[in-house]
Design a protein around this ligand. Structure first.
Ligand SMILES: C[S@@+](CC[C@H](N)C(=O)[O-])C[C@H]1O[C@@H](n2cnc3c(N)ncnc32)[C@H](O)[C@@H]1O
Length: 542
């Protein structure tokens, strides 16, 4: 999804443009991981203060007024009086609240909210930036707020905390003018909180404007008690994810890339497209991508128009996902009549590519998905192909029993924590827990066991996750090889090297005999952190 480029759109209330840097020079992130020297004054000579006032003995007091949790507080009519909040900010705020209070998904809810509010494209960009930025960087911003308010985040009324998160993102992460960020936040607090909370919001945000972004980074870093906490705060990731990524990178001999990996999760991914092989041509404005032979980005033109004109044969797809499917389809020549299966196909991105590859060479694909709504998405995705592709709806944990040794190639793109795609779902990192890992681990192993049984002797099996977590990647492959002596790990790195347009800079994969695994990374490859292991299923000992 595209993000706000620092150009606030219309100012419906007739306010001046909310911008401090030069126009039109792209993203203006100044939050964790970036840091831009551009910053205009805020009218205050004091850049060191906090919202807490100094008491007589020099100690800081928390700002007066609201913001303290008041369960069940309903704003009065009076509280709501005052300036209207700019619609883009209100949309961003409403989505953030729904994500926190109702477990909504920002990427699903935001487009609907933008449509309902009939935002201009510039305001839609602003709403997206504010919403995604404040969700993604919540961990960092909460500590800034705590330091400025001299109060723990969980002691602040959740609605007001959300107002502050939006405000801090505008001040520290965009070029929105500090006074506009503060004024709009105060108006928002008036709409959603109590009158006293406006003073609190005003005080906290003004305190934040008094220090440079870099100074806030230093203060936040200094507030951490351990190195893991420092990384967790500065890069806005839960500590357990920091540790997981470190473990994965160290296993590859690339432990020194941890900060780069964390920072990459806070950058918006570039939009990559695929032209289905032998079905669509790359458009003239396409710029070839580095790795997948089918991938491109659009340097110009209207992406919607390009997709529409290609009747679904050009689609948005991360390059890592393309490589995962191509590793299976291009590992060796396709024999006409081969039968392939995709056990976990929803919503269908890899299934469409696999189907095109299979059909182009006289093979077939059976796509399967357990969740009915997602199976329907697979059907719709495959409907762009003129040929019929079968879609089944079943729990694939007994796939092998139902289809013993039936397929020459099998894809298990397993349900996983999605730690490799955190940049796409801004709230995901705060929802996942280590408990998810344990539950998913059982399903992943069950699915691969079943896939082994469903693969014909001599057949290929690709195990793929959108996660670099050791337990979901090397751990699963190691366990499969232990339990199935007739399964061998192929040299996935060498196979991909034959497919990619330019060499992938890969760390040490899991090496077993001649075999190896592939781990892609956003910071190194610009792809999601896909894990790919190609396995060969041999003759089972009778
Ligand atoms: C990572 S997603 C697959 C993404 C897909 N391959 C694509 O490229 O669009 C994993 C999918 O597995 C499905 N799934 C989970 N458990 C399953 C099971 N027991 N049997 C079949 N599908 C399952 C999930 O509903 C989800 O759609």
């Amino acid at each position: 999804m595209s993000e706000y480029d620092g150009r606030p759109g219309g100012t419906p209330e007739g306010r001046g443009p909310e911008r401090r840097g030069p126009r039109g020079n792209g993203p203006a992130r100044r939050g964790p991981g970036s840091g831009s020297p551009e910053r205009s004054g805020n009218g205050s000579g004091d850049r060191r203060g906090s919202a807490g006032e100094r008491s007589g003995n020099g100690e800081r007091r928390a700002p007066r007024g609201g913001g303290q949790r008041r369960p069940g507080h309903a704003p009065s009519r009076d509280d709501r009086a005052g300036d209207a909040v700019q619609p883009a900010r209100r949309v961003a705020y409403d989505v953030i609240v729904a994500v926190r209070a109702d477990d909504a998904y920002a990427n699903l809810l935001l487009p609907t909210a933008i449509r309902r509010a009939a935002l201009s494209s510039a305001d839609a960009g602003l709403a997206t930036e504010l919403c995604y930025g404040s969700l993604r960087l919540r961990g960092y911003y909460d500590r800034v707020i705590e330091l400025a308010a001299n109060r723990a985040a969980d002691q602040i009324d959740p609605e007001i905390l959300d107002v502050l998160r939006l405000g801090v993102h505008q001040i520290l992460g965009t070029r929105v003018a500090a006074h506009a960020a503060v004024n709009e936040s105060v108006s928002l607090a008036r709409e959603v909180g109590s009158r006293s909370s406006t003073g609190f919001v005003n005080g906290v945000l003004r305190a934040i404007t008094r220090a440079e972004p870099e100074e806030w980074r230093e203060r936040v870093a200094a507030s951490a008690k351990t190195e893991d906490e420092r990384l967790s705060l500065l890069h806005s990731h839960p500590e357990w994810i920091v540790r997981s990524l470190r473990q994965s990178l160290r296993a590859e001999g690339r432990g020194d890339e941890l900060e780069a990996a964390l920072a990459a999760d806070n950058e918006a991914p570039k939009v990559t497209y695929i032209a289905l092989p032998e079905r669509a041509e790359r458009p003239a404005v396409a710029e070839a991508s580095a790795y997948s032979p089918l991938a491109f980005t659009l340097g110009g033109g209207d992406p919607e128009a390009v997709i529409r004109a290609a009747s679904g044969l050009i689609r948005v797809q991360d390059e890592g996902s393309q490589l995962a499917a191509l590793a299976l389809s291009r590992a060796r020549a396709i024999e006409p009549g081969e039968a392939w299966s995709d056990l976990c196909a929803g919503p269908g991105g890899k299934a469409v590519l696999l189907a095109a590859e299979a059909l182009n060479s006289g093979a077939t694909l059976l796509a399967n998905e357990v969740v009915p709504a997602r199976a329907e998405l697979v059907r719709r995705a495959l409907a762009v192909l003129p040929e019929e592709v079968e879609v089944s709806r079943s729990d694939a944990r007994d796939w092998g029993e139902r289809h013993p040794q039936a397929f020459t190639r099998t894809l298990v793109d397993a349900p996983c924590t999605g730690l490799g795609a955190l940049r796409r779902r801004p709230e995901a990192r705060w929802r996942k827990t280590p408990k998810d890992l344990a539950e998913l681990g059982v399903i992943q192993l069950d699915l691969v066991h079943s896939a082994v049984a469903g693969t014909a002797p001599g057949g290929l099996l690709a195990y793929v996750t959108c996660s670099p977590h050791i337990a979901e990647t090397r751990g699963v492959v190691t366990e499969i090889l232990r339990r199935h002596p007739h399964v061998t790990l192929l040299d996935t790195q060498a196979i991909l090297a034959e497919i990619t347009e330019s060499p992938l800079d890969l760390g040490e994969g899991l090496i077993v005999g001649e075999g190896s695994t592939v781990q892609l990374w956003p910071h190194r490859h610009g792809t999601d952190a896909m894990f790919i292991a190609l396995l060969r299923v041999g003759e089972r000992a009778s």
